[in-house]
Design a protein around this ligand. Structure first.
Ligand SMILES: [Zn+2]
Ligand SMILES: [Zn+2]
Length: 347
């Protein structure tokens, strides 16, 4: 059975005649989540989870044609039973399950098996064929528990405060920023950059509860953030905007922080290895739990991970897609936001 085909436009469901997270314009795009490498502009119609809908509208356009579904709410598309299941990656992220004539293919998009207290927790979906990412598909990647990294972050905030410093966390605006908020909840006032504020509003508009925060405009006087917590996207790390915060300590939150010498590490005062992707064991346990006879590895450490799966007897191959690490591409992606802010600043 061949249910999907990897094409230069994206992953194509053959009988369903739709694409999964396509990167070139198509008629029907079924979207796993709102990150820029998975949700692109130019599709005639979008289908996504209810929680992703307002995110797509912010990032792609208010006027797009988009239908949304809840988790475990199957619909039929050209005879293919399609349903969404929690991927635990960010708010609204889902694995896309496709069933046709008794054969099941699951596209995981990006996923995280750890429950971060904000995204709907990951669920294993049994299937014949599983399409997986492998962003952190190396045995060196082993995440701390949410309790452990939250403790680390809280004690960093505390020691900054003792030294009269403002704690500035750097984290990707969709996913990471909300987890940082959750991790330091109760430690004092949380200020977020407006690009994060906009996404927070979209997330809250669908009923997801976030910790209390205030949106800070960097053309404001920044006195009120003194000794408190500020969260900004990675694109701002070396910007003039961040320099307007006096007496700051910067803490980078990214899975890449587990490896010393990560190129962004140098300009920050601290690093927290927090990721919205599964670590090595998370990937491996998930692939095994799906029971899939065939696994396709789409992005990240594809060669290593795929080879390892074959070695332990799980048939796997490497496929080429345009998906990548949203954090690495975030500098580019958040540029328009940065520009508007700068414009506002000079007004
Ligand atoms: Zn993602
Ligand atoms: Zn991705």
């Amino acid at each position: 059975m061949k249910l999907v085909k990897f094409t230069n436009k994206g992953i194509y469901c053959i009988p369903g005649k739709f694409y999964l997270d396509p990167w070139r314009p198509v008629d029907l795009a079924v979207i796993s989540h709102g990150h820029g490498d998975h949700a692109k502009w130019g599709m005639k119609k979008y289908l996504c989870h209810h929680f992703t809908k307002p995110i797509l509208k912010i990032r792609i356009g208010e006027d797009i044609e988009v239908q949304s579904l809840g988790y475990n709410e199957p619909i039929m598309i050209n005879g293919v039973k399609v349903s969404f299941h929690p991927a635990g990656h960010i708010v609204g992220s889902c694995q896309i399950r496709m069933e046709y004539k008794g054969f099941v293919t699951v596209f995981s998009g990006d996923y995280k098996v750890q429950d971060d207290g904000i995204s709907t927790p990951f669920e294993v979906v049994k299937c014949n064929e599983f399409i997986t990412e492998s962003t952190f598909g190396l045995p060196i990647y082993n995440w701390l528990t949410p309790q452990q990294y939250s403790d680390q972050m809280k004690s960093w905030v505390e020691s900054n405060r003792e030294q009269g410093k403002t704690s500035v966390f750097i984290g990707y605006s969709l996913g990471k920023a909300q987890r940082i908020m959750k991790s330091v909840e109760g430690m004092g006032k949380i200020f977020v950059h407006s690009s994060i504020g906009r996404l927070n509003e979209a997330i809250e508009s669908v009923g997801v509860k976030l910790p209390e925060y205030e949106t800070v405009l960097f053309n404001d006087d920044l006195k009120m953030v003194k000794n408190e917590i500020v969260i900004v996207p990675p694109a701002l790390l070396d910007s003039n905007m961040i320099r307007k915060i006096p007496n700051r300590a910067t803490g980078l939150c990214s899975g890449w922080m587990q490896v010393r010498g990560s190129r962004r590490w140098r300009s920050a005062d601290a690093g927290f290895a927090i990721s919205d992707h599964a670590d090595w064991n998370g990937l491996l346990d998930t692939v095994k739990a799906t029971g899939a006879e065939q696994v396709h590895v789409t992005h990240g450490q594809i060669a290593v991970f795929s080879k390892y799966l074959n070695e332990i007897g799980i048939k796997s191959d490497e496929v080429k897609t345009n998906f990548g690490d949203e954090e690495e591409s975030s500098a580019k992606e958040e540029e328009p936001i940065k520009k508007t802010e700068t414009e506002a600043e000079t007004k």
